[in-house]
Design a protein around this ligand. Structure first.
Ligand code: UDP
Length: 261
């Protein structure tokens, strides 16, 4: 399920196509979850400024909505993969959280350089490089029309930035979580092995928690969303206009919500 093949590096010309649609927001405050992998763009790891600039241009198409980005770190480090051989899990997770800070700093610079005002805030203490996340500080930046990029996940080990994204969306009362992925939604079976796999337009949060084939987000994250009725839209990042379309309430990807669609 949800494993439609992603664009290959050679497809970049088409991915970075020109598109200038500007759509009015239906959601007024959104949490955009970007994984580290999405920032590595054409590379095998690390940070691709060209990809980040493309994302900035896509976010600029959104009119009238406040945007908070929860940034992952998997392009540099994931705790579960790094732990072992003497590296403790807690240490590995700390390294993972530091990776998210690196992404947030670079993303902040690229957004600002491309005319999208942004501020990075961190949930781990890193005074020298970024302001600490506080609820008030985040709201203050949003009021000034800035994108708020949040690093450090929740700031504790044994968690991921998916769970942190749901927690932050609840804290900041976001209307929706936009989970950007390589695929265009959740499928009823694996489209890479089943050519007749169908994309699902809607899934309930309960189904998303219970169905082991739905792996688009950590179960802990979806369970937290279910506890609080927080809606999630799973959509393909690399389709031009998709971010603006989701914010405008257009039918894009798969909606995961408390009620039947
Ligand atoms: N992490 C953590 N606590 C958090 C968020 C993240 O310990 O609240 C660590 C964890 O090791 C994780 C890594 O940071 O693997 C990078 O985050 P994630 O794997 O969610 O990044 P993504 O896959 O979204 O790029």
């Amino acid at each position: 399920m949800n494993s439609k093949p992603s664009p290959q590096c050679e497809d970049w010309a088409s991915v970075y196509s020109d598109s200038f649609a500007i759509l009015e927001a239906m959601y007024k405050r959104v949490l955009l979850k970007l994984s580290g992998e999405q920032l590595q763009g054409q590379y095998d790891g690390g940070f691709d400024a060209e990809r980040a600039a493309w994302i900035a241009d896509e976010i600029k198409k959104v009119q009238g909505a406040e945007i908070i980005v929860m940034i992952g770190g998997g392009n540099y480090a994931r705790g579960a993969q790094l732990a072992g051989g003497g590296v403790q899990r807690v240490t590995a997770d700390n390294i993972g959280m530091l990776a998210t800070v690196m992404n947030a700093l670079a993303l902040q610079d690229v957004f600002n350089a491309n005319g999208l005002e942004a501020r990075a805030l961190t949930n781990i203490k890193a005074d020298q490089v970024a302001d600490q996340f506080t609820h008030r500080r985040a709201l203050s930046h949003l009021e000034k029309g800035r994108v708020v990029i949040v690093a450090g996940g929740i700031g504790r080990p044994y968690l991921t930035t998916d769970t942190a994204a749901v927690s932050l969306a609840l804290e900041l009362q976001c209307d929706v979580i936009m989970k950007a992925t390589k695929v265009d939604g959740v499928y009823d079976s694996d489209p890479s092995t089943n050519p007749s796999a169908q994309k699902l337009q809607h899934v309930t949060l309960r189904e998303a928690v219970e169905n082991p084939d739905i792996k688009v987000m950590d179960k802990a994250a979806i369970a937290l969303a279910e506890d609080h009725g927080q809606s999630i839209v799973v959509f393909e990042l690399l389709q031009p206009d998709n971010i603006a379309k989701v914010v405008a309430g257009e039918t894009v990807g798969t909606t995961i919500s408390a009620h039947q669609g």
